[in-house]
Design a protein around this ligand. Structure first.
Ligand code: NAP
Length: 349
């Protein structure tokens, strides 16, 4: 464990990128927004020796106290402002609804903290640009918590695609849909919180087609909007030079959530639930032979993005090479266009 009294830190207290270059250290983590994903994430954080759970922050003190007690965080703050001012927090994990990602991430970076921000990085490409600008200006690390990028099966699948093992990829099909009923003021349906299926779940299928085929040449999207304006279901077809992709997200149907990447030589099926998968199957077109590859995750699978943050910060990097700022910008460019086509606009935009 790191001795806090011996830590050097910058003027604001956090370990600077240059110091991390000199001597790799475990990072002191802080968490903002103690909801569903924070509970899942912290359990993986606790699996890693390279991560210390130092502080957590909620809008209510009692909730922060309970969370800190449950997971052994040393400090519990009843406001987000207080954790920003904690000089010993190196990196803040932002786990609030999407509408607040940009402002909280910028506040954190201006306080000298590195940031891992839940997906979607923000609600639009222009907001992500502002976040990247803040990372540059404050010389800190920033990454979108796109954990699927670091999933062992998905990483391996993307390498196989890159090596040409599927031949020319001509079709990607991925969805993320389950049946649920939420009140209108819930995070899923409340437009003040950037509700809707596309930014919550649709970003995953968009991510897969983007990683395999890049930015589409054309997008044709349709959506079914709720009375609040949030998209209940969104489907889109992406056109590429020699390929098409179909993506879908929704709260109104239960999908098997298996993703498909099909090429001239072979196809890969990423097994359910594909975006957090434990295995994938490889089908050779000619022989019809199918092989299953099991790649169990450490914890739920958040461990890999946490380790990526630690490795990058220790290496003095401001961004990950595996999930770059450009990747986050591109993803938002695609979702911006889908939103434009189906008429999703948030009141705060
Ligand atoms: N990577 C993944 O697999 C994954 C999975 C689920 C969600 N996410 C992402 O994580 C983020 C949070 O999702 P979640 O499912 O954890 O949401 P959630 O359960 O509603 O929790 C969000 C937390 O944010 C805080 N918050 C701050 N302002 C809020 C506001 N105006 N209304 C409601 N809560 C507010 C609250 O914490 P306090 O009361 O403690 O302040 C709340 O508990 C979203 O951006 C989502 O896309 C990622």
């Amino acid at each position: 464990m790191l001795s806090f009294s011996k830590r050097k830190g910058n003027a604001l207290g956090a370990i600077t990128l240059n110091e991390m270059k000199e001597k790799p250290k475990a990072l002191n983590w802080g968490i903002i927004g103690l909801g569903g994903i924070a509970h899942a994430f912290v359990q993986d954080l606790l699996l890693l020796d390279s991560a210390n759970l130092l502080a957590v922050a909620s809008r209510t003190q009692a909730k922060a106290n309970a969370f800190a007690q449950q997971y052994g965080a040393k400090r519990a703050y009843g406001s987000y402002e207080e954790i920003m001012n904690d000089k010993e927090v190196d990196i803040l994990y932002i786990a609030t609804p999407h509408d607040s990602h940009k402002s909280l991430a910028i506040d954190a970076m201006q306080s000298g903290k590195h940031v891992l921000c839940e997906k979607p990085m923000s609600v639009s490409r222009s907001q992500v640009e502002q976040m990247i600008h803040a990372a540059r200006a404050n010389n800190v690390f920033l990454m979108e918590a796109f954990w699927s990028r670091f999933n062992p099966s998905i990483s391996e699948v993307l390498q196989r695609v890159k090596r040409g093992e599927l031949g020319e990829v001509n079709y990607v099909n991925a969805d993320f849909s389950f049946y649920r009923e939420d009140p209108d003021d819930s995070r899923m349906l409340n437009m003040d919180l950037a509700g809707g299926s596309l930014l919550d779940m649709g970003v995953y299928p968009v991510f897969l087609s983007y990683m395999v085929l890049g930015i589409p040449l054309e997008i044709q999207a349709v959506g079914q909007l709720h009375s609040t304006g949030a998209d209940l279901q969104t489907a889109a077809i992406f056109k590429y030079n020699n390929a098409v992709a179909q993506i879908m997200s929704g709260f109104k149907s239960q999908s098997d959530m298996r993703a498909r990447i099909c090429g001239t030589k072979a196809s890969i099926f990423i097994e359910p639930i594909w975006h957090e998968t434990q295995s994938y199957s490889f089908l050779e077109n000619q022989s019809g032979e199918i092989t299953n590859f099991k790649r169990p995750t450490n914890g739920k699978g958040f461990t890999y993005e946490i380790e990526e943050c630690t490795a990058c910060i220790n290496a003095g990097k401001q961004e990950s090479e595996k999930w770059t700022w450009q990747n986050s910008l591109d993803l938002m460019k695609i979702t911006d266009e889908i939103r434009r086509q189906i008429g999703i606009k948030y009141p705060f935009e």
